[in-house]
Design a protein around this ligand. Structure first.
Ligand code: MRU
Length: 351
């Protein structure tokens, strides 16, 4: 059965408006759909850092448009000169968040396009940013089909964080597989973990699924093992922020715990991510920088302090799931079963 993409693919978080960027401000969802306007690379870097835009592919695409915004404020005879003049702005964009490799990948790709360009360098990097967004959407649609094909009809699934249209150019990665799986009647029930502390699952995934007429069932993150024990889910389907050469995968904090529970209960684990999330230059998950965010994300809820004064908090926002806990990694370049270094290399080469 072919998927009616228009029905399932309506949200666009990143819109290029020829001379500025509009980002659907994810801090305000689900109750307000408000756009944040960015007129400079610096404003895009702040939007990424402060989670107005989030999700690995969406961060990369936004950064690519940030490079174009930097270019619009630059006078240069050719791409090489432009790159030199824009270097500080590009470095700031590159450093706006540390874990999602799509950010560094997009900046690297934009720099390569810039270096290769002559006097028409601004047009060249604008086309490159468009291509990055277009390719992401196409990858998601393909991964949706590839991933859904692995799921037996009538299955229940659990997802974590938000990996949908909001986190990508559109359609989503793990959520794209879920959209396709629901459309193909392979997925009968979708559970979304709330994803403490920032609430990407509760605030974003539940809203996104509802927009599509897919009724989500929200669970507390700490309910996942119990849910798996009941037999209600056959797959844990998640996205990724960085996939290493050995299949180790960084994703939103809590993914690792869910994967351990999944292994214990015979629930299969599917990671869905475009090749822009694969980092063959990083050999092992231990080498990934894990972003630590402000303790206030834990100490406050809805602007209200909920923890006694003086209590310290540790807030790593990603963890690494070893490749050995993953049954399958779905990318637009191929499906990797039981990922390890050899299986990854067979699809991605040496990187
Ligand atoms: O901190 P976030 O919200 O940017 O984290 C997002 C995730 O961990 C997603 O699972 C990942 O980026 C994949 S999004 C398609």
């Amino acid at each position: 059965m072919s998927l009616d993409y228009d029905r399932y693919d309506r949200i666009r978080p990143i819109q290029w408006m020829d001379d500025h960027l509009l980002l659907l401000d994810q801090r305000r969802l689900p109750f307000e759909t408000v756009s944040l306007r960015c007129d400079s690379a610096a404003e895009v870097a702040v939007a990424i850092r402060d989670l107005a835009v989030r999700g690995a592919p969406a961060i990369g695409i936004s950064a690519a448009w940030g490079v174009v915004l930097a270019g619009q404020g630059t006078q240069a005879a050719d791409g090489l000169e432009a790159e030199r003049l824009m270097a500080a702005q590009l470095d700031a964009l590159n450093a706006s968040r540390p874990t999602a490799v799509n950010l560094m990948w997009a900046i690297r790709r934009m720099r390569t396009a810039l270096r290769a360009a002559g006097p028409d360098w601004l047009a060249a990097i604008t086309s490159e940013a468009e291509a990055i967004a277009r390719e992401d959407l196409a990858a998601n649609r393909l991964m949706g089909q590839l991933g859904a094909a692995l799921i037996a009809p009538g299955s229940g699934v659990l997802t974590h964080c938000n990996t949908g249209s909001l986190a990508t150019a559109g359609f989503g990665t793990a959520l794209g597989v879920i959209r396709a799986g629901v459309a193909e009647r392979r997925i009968a029930k979708v559970f979304a973990g709330e994803t403490r502390p920032w609430g990407q699952g509760a605030r974003l995934t539940a809203w996104e699924l509802q927009q599509d007429g897919i009724p989500p069932t929200l669970i507390a993150d700490s309910a996942a093992a119990h849910l798996m024990k009941t037999g209600a889910v056959q797959w844990l389907i998640v996205g990724a922020d960085r996939i290493c050469a050995n299949g180790d995968t960084a994703n939103k904090i809590g993914t690792y715990a869910h994967a351990i529970s999944a292994k214990h209960h015979g629930v299969k684990v599917m990671v869905v991510a475009p090749s822009s999330t694969v980092d063959m230059a990083t050999k092992h998950g231990d080498d990934i920088e894990i972003e630590l965010r402000d303790a206030r994300e834990l100490l406050f809820a809805g602007g209200q302090r909920v923890v006694a004064e003086g209590v310290a908090a540790w807030n790593p926002v990603f963890d690494v799931t070893p490749g050995s806990l993953i049954d399958v990694i779905v990318t637009e370049k191929g499906v990797i079963e039981r990922p390890d270094e050899a299986a990854m290399r067979a699809v991605f080469g040496a990187g």
